[in-house]
Design a protein around this ligand. Structure first.
Ligand SMILES: Cc1cc2nc3c(=O)[nH]c(=O)nc-3n(C[C@H](O)[C@H](O)[C@H](O)COP(=O)(O)OP(=O)(O)OC[C@H]3O[C@@H](n4cnc5c(N)ncnc54)[C@H](O)[C@@H]3O)c2cc1C
Length: 339
């Protein structure tokens, strides 16, 4: 197998986050001589992980300038490490940070880059990379002759490396002249934790469809209760919230709305394709452009009043033909009782 460089950025405490540990597993499974490149404020805890995982060399660019995600500094650090390592294959987790910086680095090195890799295999001493095309409808296996070949690995496709870190590690510091930058990070504004509705690591994807905002059997809409039931389910199950296109569009148009629902929640052909072990669709018809976003959801259930909805046509493992308001009132009571 060709030589591999795994590029990872470290967290504030110098440790590795889950996407980096998943990419480490991918690199080990691929085989070949492994160099690990670390970028961040500190490198030590991550270096001990890399040493225990069998990295032949550990290269690091550390310092205050590399604590923040910023194209200029991230690209400079990655370029310096890639040149020092001289590896044919450069793997990295598809974090926002690397997705932004590494295409430019591949260009600077005269290499190529592929994104959204979901699998890697060694084929005649070189990697074969699996990824999906056309909104997850077709799966392809790619090989390339151009080197260095950068590959960004999607999260959720490999088990995170879980060994015991080594007691010590030898780290080679790579010198980089901090590039001139116009970007100064002055702080981070993020929603409060309890306002967070997208949880990529959640075991359950809870999808709300437009039915929640439609007239119900009594001839009126019940948006306030819908909101309370959906948020209750999210809190109780620590689920991630998805929406159908119809629902997120109507929120944007200022109709009877669920204020916490945005286009970022949209699942489907023109939305997201998250990876959760389980999914529960509520008040959503289950049309193909929506369900295509469920490709990687392993176990699917749906609640719909309509026994002929799309979910009934082989798209869900279980369809409850029922009123989602009634079902979720009951489910939330059970979740509350569980504490
Ligand atoms: C090019 C293209 C791309 C698209 N991309 C996407 C995409 O990425 N994502 C996406 O979601 N859609 C997408 N669509 C739209 C998609 O085809 C559907 O129009 C959309 O998913 C419908 O949303 P819905 O099921 O929430 O709403 P509706 O079709 O209005 O269905 C509402 C459902 O709620 C049920 N319901 C109502 N009240 C209750 C209740 N009390 N209990 C239980 N069930 C109830 C009804 O029976 C109904 O089935 C796309 C379409 C096109 C043409």
């Amino acid at each position: 197998m060709e030589s591999t460089l795994l590029l990872v950025h470290t967290e504030a405490d110098g440790a590795l986050a889950k996407p980096a540990l998943e990419a480490l597993t991918a690199a080990i499974e691929l085989g070949g001589e492994l160099t690990v490149g670390l970028v961040g404020g500190a490198a030590e805890p991550a270096a001990k992980v890399a040493a225990a995982a069998g990295a032949r060399r550990i290269l690091a660019v550390t310092g205050e300038a590399y604590t923040q995600a910023r194209y200029a500094t991230d690209a400079a650090a990655a370029e310096a490490i890639a040149r020092a390592a001289g590896a044919a294959i450069v793997l990295a987790p598809a974090t926002a940070r690397w997705s932004r910086a590494l295409p430019g680095v591949a260009y600077r090195l005269g290499g190529r880059i592929d994104t959204h890799a979901t699998g890697l295999a060694a084929r005649e001493g070189a990697p074969a990379v699996t990824r999906w095309f056309y909104r997850q409808r077709m799966e392809a296996v790619l090989t390339r002759t151009a080197r260095p070949w950068f590959v960004l690995i999607d999260t959720g496709c490999f088990a995170p490396w879980s060994g015991t870190p080594a007691g010590s590690a030898t780290v080679e510091a790579v010198a980089v002249e901090v590039p001139q930058s116009r970007t100064t990070v002055t702080g981070i504004q993020a929603p409060k934790a309890d306002e967070q509705t997208i949880r990529l690591d959640a075991k359950l994807l809870f999808v709300a469809g437009a039915g929640w905002t439609k007239k119900q059997a009594d001839g009126t809409v019940h948006v306030a209760e819908a909101q309370q039931l959906i948020l209750g389910a999210l809190r109780g199950a620590q689920a991630s919230l998805g929406g159908s296109k119809s629902l997120v569009d109507s929120t944007g148009e200022g109709e009877a709305v669920l204020p916490f629902m945005t286009h970022l929640n949209q699942i489907g052909q023109t939305g997201a394709t998250p990876r959760h072990p389980k999914g529960l669709s509520t008040c959503c018809h289950g049309e193909e452009p929506h369900v295509v976003g469920w490709r990687f959801v392993t176990e699917r259930r749906a609640i719909n009043l309509d026994a002929n909805c799309g979910w009934a046509r082989g798209k869900a493992d279980v369809l409850y033909v029922a009123d989602a308001f009634e079902v979720m009132r009951h489910v939330n009571r059970m979740l509350e009782a569980q504490g």
